[in-house]
Ligand binder design. Structure first.
Ligand code: IDP
Length: 140
């Protein structure tokens, strides 16, 4: 199977509740390796760029405000089928629909404040990683 990289964000609702370590434990237990990680405060422009695909959606303003409301932890995760694997352990966008044991089932507060982001394709993973990390910050 292919070793891939995906991009992850631990969102402000989770950093606020001191859940970075708990979420990282789920990630590592699933066999994904955290090969880059930093805690940052996103600028409004960074958040708007990151979620540009959703700019026509009714929740766009709320989403951007939330993503800049506190620190986030941006990460690069590496492993077999990392994009799909991370989506599996994140769980559904809405925690009420998320499977038992997933990060969102365990920790998300709502469909908006849902604790984690993970890339939805290999192409988007590459774009998202490049938005936040330079090559020498990623150590596999
Ligand atoms: P995903 O994060 O599971 O891939 P997307 O549909 O790509 O879900 O939505 C991106 C993010 O936008 C979600 O993770 C969530 O934070 C937010 N979001 C999605 N739908 C809603 C909504 O109906 N209300 C508020 N925020 C939403």
């Amino acid at each position: 199977m292919a070793i891939e990289r995906t991009f992850s964000i631990i969102k402000p609702d989770a950093t606020e509740r001191n859940l970075t370590g708990a979420i990282n434990a789920v990630i590592e237990k699933a066999g994904l390796r955290i090969v880059a990680q930093k805690r940052i405060l996103m600028s409004r422009r960074e958040a708007e760029t990151f979620y540009a695909v959703h700019k026509e959606r009714p929740f766009f303003g709320e989403l951007v405000d939330f993503m800049i409301s506190g620190p986030v932890v941006v990460q690069v995760l590496e492993g077999e089928n990392a994009v799909l694997r991370y989506r599996e352990i994140m769980g559904a966008t809405n925690p009420e629909s998320a499977a038992e044991g997933t990060i969102r089932k365990l920790y998300a507060k709502s469909i908006g404040e849902n604790s984690v982001h993970g890339s939805d394709s290999q192409d988007n993973a590459k774009i998202e990683i490049a938005q936040f990390f330079s090559g020498n910050e990623i150590v596999g």
